[in-house]
Design a protein around this ligand. Structure first.
Ligand code: FAD
Ligand code: NAI
Length: 474
């Protein structure tokens, strides 16, 4: 007899595990199936998806270690600390990162137990309907559930003719697991992964060249932010080449060579010890058997959903990287909670206008809402306040004077339309802007809120004041 649940979640990443936990909290008999080939110490597929295993968490662990290394190498001396030339033990760094992954992925298991979510080990694949319910094959057994949430996530997009072995030519999986600091590292794609992973290995001593197809750098970001970032990364020694057209990539005995044409159309060849290919991600729908049950995909191969993550099939929902929208863990988690609450008849809601973006380079880059170029394009009248961190006492004390906060507010109503930050702790500072925007706040609201002194958050305050042309410290 098949196992029966109220809710079956397919995929145990941030979208899936959060959906399962929230559904169980709301009283549904819930199961979550996961087919991650990487097993935990008990031999079961690890939960946590891309985020915990080969994404957000391991990358941030390596970014932290490499940041400390760079500080020790270049930031200490001017403060009177002499430690000599630091050395990196890559094995220990990777082991620490793996330890964090073990702990957190195991933690999801604990959360499942606590919330009475059943973990099913195996790949989920639609079979068909059983009355009002859906039958899904998980491994060798068939599971029946009235509601199914597809949260199968994404995987790295690879380029034709550039096979990834995750040793010499890596995607995110291999880039997080290099066994030594490559003397020369090439990266294809100057997006979020290229910048974060390029930063990790550059800080540890690699000569990093990033080859980007587009003529513009970080075209998703506010143009001022992107300009400042390009300047600062260049100063740090990250060689970012825009407008490149990648040709033949050859793996050699020594490493890899990449033929490409540069912005000017000139033929170039780059030799490197390792190559990271980070050119975006594609949705995971392999083996889901979507066609057999008529589950609709969009033109990009993502599961087609409405604003509430409903698919075209009754009782089937989809969240996270496998659907439209930014491929971010917190967006997946928001959708997950929304879907579970909608299933329970509650008013689940997701505000896609206030999903923050963070790039964990140094300085960090973070934004929420609309960019200046979008406002111009849409003909929306706005006022801008922009304040550099260089005028902030805390930033000076921390040795982090780079960057700025830029706030964009509606010229008519003063409502905050976008906040763009490049600077230390931008990842944390952006939360204030998200809250303000969620509450429909005006720049004047932030300008009239007391901010602790000395903190970096004072620059957010000053930017709000600057919208009305009355900054106090600039
Ligand atoms: P996933 O995390 O991809 O999880 C999907 C899960 O479903 C996987 O475990 C997979 O094994 C499983 N699965 C797939 N098909 C099936 C099936 N048929 N049956 C059973 N199981 C299945 N986002 C951020 O917000 N912040 C960051 O700092 C950040 N850093 C990142 C760094 C890197 C290097 C990468 C690659 C990504 C990063 N992301 C970050 C993006 C983030 O990881 C994803 O947006 C997030 O993991 C999406 O969650 P998800 O649950 O939709 O999918
Ligand atoms: P991305 O979409 O951020 O960047 C890919 C880059 O590769 C783009 O600039 C694109 O123009 C370029 N590109 C595409 N094809 C190319 C080609 N043939 N040659 C050269 N350049 C090419 O994708 P990335 O970096 O792979 O990351 C995937 C996603 O993972 C991100 O979009 C983001 O959603 C998520 N992520 C989020 C992080 C965070 O929140 N801090 C960190 C890392 C990843």
């Amino acid at each position: 007899m098949s196992k029966e649940f109220d809710v079956l979640v397919i995929g145990g990443g941030p979208g899936g595990y959060v959906a399962a936990i929230r559904a169980a909290q709301l009283g549904f008999k819930t199961a979550c199936c996961e087919s991650n080939p990487y097993a935990d110490p008990k031999g079961e597929p690890r939960l946590g998806g891309t985020c915990l295993n080969v994404g957000c968490i391991p990358s941030k662990a390596l970014l932290h270690t490499s940041h400390l290394f760079e500080e020790a190498a270049h930031g200490f001396e001017s403060q009177g600390i002499q430690v000599g030339q630091p050395k990196i033990d890559v094995t220990t760094m990777i082991a620490r990162k793996n330890g964090i992954v073990d702990q957190l992925t195991g933690g999801i298991k604990g959360l499942f137990k606590k919330n009475k979510v059943t973990q099913l080990n195996g790949h989920g694949s639609f079979v068909g309907r059983a009355g009002e319910a859906w039958q899904v094959k998980v491994g060798d057994e068939v599971v029946t559930a009235r509601q199914v949430i597809v949260a199968t996530g994404s995987k790295a997009r690879h380029l034709p003719g550039i096979p990834v072995d995750n040793k010499i030519v890596c995607d995110n999986v291999g880039a997080l697991d290099l066994d030594a600091v490559p003397k020369k590292l090439a990266v294809i794609g100057a997006g979020v992964i290229g910048l974060e992973m390029g930063s990790v290995w550059r800080r540890l001593g690699s000569e990093v060249t990033v080859l980007e197809a587009l003529p513009d750098f970080l075209s998703l970001a506010d143009v001022d932010l992107a300009k400042e970032a390009l300047k600062l990364f260049g100063k740090q020694g990250l060689d970012i080449q825009l407008g490149c057209n990648i040709g033949e990539v050859k793996v050699t005995k020594k490493g890899v060579t990449i033929a490409y044409t540069d912005k000017a159309g000139a033929a170039q060849k780059l030799a490197a010890d390792r190559l990271v290919v980070s050119v975006g991600r594609v949705p995971n729908t392999d083996g889901l058997n979507a066609e057999a049950v008529g589950l609709e995909l969009n033109e990009r191969g993502m599961i087609a959903v409405d604003d509430h993550c409903r698919t075209n099939l009754p009782g089937v929902w989809a969240v996270g990287d496998v659907v439209r929208g930014p491929m971010l863990a917190h967006k997946a988690m928001e959708e997950a909670v929304m879907v579970a609450e909608l299933m329970a008849g509650q008013a689940g809601h997701c505000d896609f206008n206030t999903v923050p973006w963070v790039i964990y380079t140094s300085p960090e880059i973070a934004w929420v809402g609309r960019t200046e170029q979008q406002l111009k394009r849409d003909g929306i009248a706005y006022r801008a306040g922009k304040i550099p961190f260089a005028f902030n006492g805390r930033a000076m004390g921390m040795g982090a004077p780079e960057g700025f906060v830029k706030m964009l507010a509606c010229a008519e109503t003063d409502r905050i339309l976008g906040v763009h930050i490049i600077g230390a702790n931008a990842s944390e500072l952006i939360a204030e802007a998200v809250v303000a925007m969620e509450f429909g706040g005006a720049a004047e609201d932030l300008a009239r809120i007391c901010h602790a002194h000395p903190t970096m958050s004072e620059v957010v305050h000053e930017a709000a004041l600057a919208v009305d042309k009355r900054p106090l410290h600039f």
